[in-house]
Design a protein around this ligand. Structure first.
Ligand code: SF4
Length: 663
């Protein structure tokens, strides 16, 4: 039995680690439970707090089991940790016998065919397919990146973009790679025999453990299992992001940018298309460009609208016109599938491939089923989205019925497996807690006296709370908002009232903002949803997390609306509440990242103190002490701030400082 052997194996692994140490209680419990789940072919959802040592807790039983395992993660950082550190250490230093591979989506690899075409045409770029709406020639925009990629291409043995010492501009990289939609496959590609993406897939097919991201897992599920070798065990880390990422992967997205990219691809697919005389191909491609502009204007007008059918109206008219133009474009490109000398034309093949996919996806609009929801997504580049209302039936069929699934994260809702389609009588739940002492390390402060969210003075009250708390903390704050407009107004007001340095989302790149928050003394950061998860700022740099409100989805969010319609009277409890609880836990989870961290999570929403559903939210949070008294939060923050200042000055920390008594 695997479960019985896990404990000794985990001991051996930990004793070999460079830092030494002991197996943590939660880690041992988790590893044993996963071993038992694999033995019995049962699904398992494990909530394991930050610092548990989750990755070894699932890697060790998976390796002992010797079953083909796929590990799916949400972030590149975790993929890197597993593929470049944990798995090599287990294989090379600790002596487990297994093969492993990291597999990424096709567009992460250098496309040998595109490189060859670029060399043949004597340029380092031909056309830009992404992002849309940019007409600047690529080589003019980032010539140094294009040259660096071309030089790296001569020596790389993997073609993996991650090997580059810089993160290439999307447009630069898109000239050296292809999307899965446009690749015709190795069999139809003249460079298929030396294709890096195909080599990576072949290597993954031989591996015992394959590390992928959730998007690639989504592509595998959407293709009914044609992207990855079928695993016996699927381990999903960072599983709290599973539902959102898979909802996107299992849906389609149509934007004006995508239409322009297709038109550009088509024009580049004919040897004569870029010459001086307008060809038939140019003419049809330009008509698709025109449609792209019309569609873009229409989508801007319809932002946020749910599309129930294409019966008539402006959208029906534009879609019909677009479809006829795309059909014509398809017919014209197909004339170029072979060149005058009779050889295959890979550019035309790729254009046809991408066009077919797009036409099939647009056709979905004509037959939307009750299981699908279509809407126009707001944004600077609006898009038409179609997604499954509920991904559970798909996951049940394609995942839970076929393999053993382990889902884990620090905040994974324990009912996630069953909610996403796992059979209840074949699914176990386990919470191994956290190695941190949240009672001592953290205080949850709810501003119960805040006015109702809809009242006129709520924003002023929020500003007053933020100022008082930030001053007590000496900055060191991550303020998370559910609305960009509210964030901007509150940031402006707070900046005018206190002198502490504040950065606001949008002022620098995300990486630069987080790097500044980690390293610049007393700095605070105001941000929105993109910063509610995946932000890891350990130490004295962060002692206060402010959350402006319980993050319920907007009432008019079309996907949520469709899910609510389906859930009927239970909609709030089964759709809105679990999502809000999960996001709230993610936001609050930014505070305590190590055993030394201390601080306050302040939630400026009185509903957390008064609403009938509040306990479902509180139970999802780490077990912090709780208070409604701002003075206690202020007192705790001042103590932590003083300690941090003392440490920065090189003084010994004061002894006996503890969390305040909470009333
Ligand atoms: S099969 Fe050909 S087109 Fe597709 S990624 Fe490989 S080299 Fe590029």
């Amino acid at each position: 039995m695997i479960g019985n052997r896990v404990g000794a194996a985990l001991d051996r692994v930990i004793s070999h680690l460079p830092a030494g140490g002991e197996v943590r209680e939660g880690q041992a419990k988790m590893a044993e439970a996963i071993g038992t789940s694999i033995d019995r072919e049962r699904h398992l959802v494990v909530r394991a707090g930050t610092g548990t040592g989750k990755s070894l807790a699932y890697l060790v039983p998976a390796l002992i089991a010797k079953r083909r395992t796929v590990i799916a993660t949400a972030t590149k950082a975790l993929q890197h940790q597993l593929g470049d550190k944990d798995l090599p250490a287990l294989a090379e230093e600790i002596g487990f016998e297994f093969d492993y591979a990291v597999l990424k989506g096709r567009s992460n690899y250098l496309c040998v065919q595109r490189l060859r075409e670029a060399k043949e045409s004597g340029t380092q770029e031909e056309f830009s397919v992404d992002p849309p709406g940019t007409d600047t020639p690529l080589a003019e925009s980032r010539p140094e990146q294009a040259r660096a990629i071309a030089a790296w291409a001569q020596t790389t043995t993997t073609g993996d973009m991650a090997e580059l010492e810089f993160e290439p501009d999307t447009r630069v990289w898109s000239s050296y790679s292809v999307s899965p939609e446009e690749c015709p496959g190795a069999f139809h590609c003249p460079s298929g025999g030396s294709c890096f993406a195909e080599i990576a897939r072949a290597r993954a097919a031989e591996a015992d453990v394959i590390v992928v991201n959730l998007h690639l897992l989504g592509a595998h599920i959407a293709s009914a299992g044609s992207v990855l070798p079928e695993p016996e065990v699927l381990i999903i880390d960072e599983a709290h992001e599973l539902e959102e990422i898979l909802s996107k992967s299992l849906g389609v997205s149509i934007s004006a940018g995508r239409l322009r990219a297709i038109a550009a691809m088509a024009r580049a697919s004919s040897p004569t298309a870029r010459g001086g005389t307008p060809s038939e191909l140019d003419e049809v491609a330009l008509s698709v460009m025109d449609s792209a502009s019309d569609v873009e204007r229409l989508l801007e007008r319809l932002g946020g609208t749910r599309i129930r059918s294409l019966a008539d109206g402006d959208l029906a008219y534009e879609v019909e016109l677009l479809q006829s133009r795309l059909e014509r474009l398809d017919a014209v490109i197909r004339k170029n599938l072979t060149t005058d000398s009779g050889t295959e034309n890979p550019k035309a093949q790729r254009a046809v491939q991408a066009l077919s996919r797009l036409r099939n996806e647009i056709a979905l609009l004509h037959g939307l089923s009750e299981d699908q929801v279509a809407w126009v997504e707001f944004g600077a580049r609006p898009s038409l989205e179609i997604a499954p209302v509920d991904i559970a039936p798909i996951l049940s069929r394609e995942v839970f019925e076929k393999m053993t699934v382990v889902m884990t994260s620090a905040t994974v809702p324990l009912d996630l497996g069953v909610r996403l389609g796992a059979e209840p009588d074949r699914t176990d739940e386990l919470d191994v807690g956290s190695p941190f002492d949240f009672e001592k390390q953290a205080l949850l402060y709810c501003a119960a006296h805040m006015p109702d969210r809809r009242s006129a003075n709520v924003e002023e009250a929020m500003i007053e709370e933020v100022v008082a708390l930030m001053q007590a903390a000496g900055g060191r704050t991550l303020a998370l908002f559910t609305s960009r407009a509210v964030m901007d107004r509150v940031a402006t007001a707070v900046r005018s009232r206190i002198e502490l340095p504040i950065l606001v989302q949008g002022e620098r790149s995300k990486g630069a903002l987080l790097s500044a928050l980690s390293s610049e003394a007393a700095l605070s950061l105001f941000a929105t949803m993109g910063f509610w998860q995946g932000v890891d700022v350990p130490g004295a740099a962060l002692s206060l997390v402010i959350i402006d409100r319980i993050p319920f989805a907007r009432p008019d969010d079309p996907l949520m609306q469709a899910r609510r319609d389906r859930a009927g009277a239970a909609a709030f409890r089964v759709v809105d509440l679990p999502r809000a609880a999960s996001l709230l836990a993610q936001g609050a989870g930014r505070l305590i990242r190590t055993k030394e961290d201390r601080g306050v999570v302040a939630i400026l929403d009185s509903r957390l103190a008064t609403a009938g559903y509040r306990w479902e939210l509180i139970r999802a949070l780490p077990p912090m002490r709780r208070t409604k008294d701002r003075e206690l939060a202020v007192e705790f923050l001042r103590t932590i701030d003083q300690e941090a200042i003392d440490l920065e000055r090189g003084a010994e920390p004061a002894e006996g400082v503890s969390s305040p008594t909470v009333r």
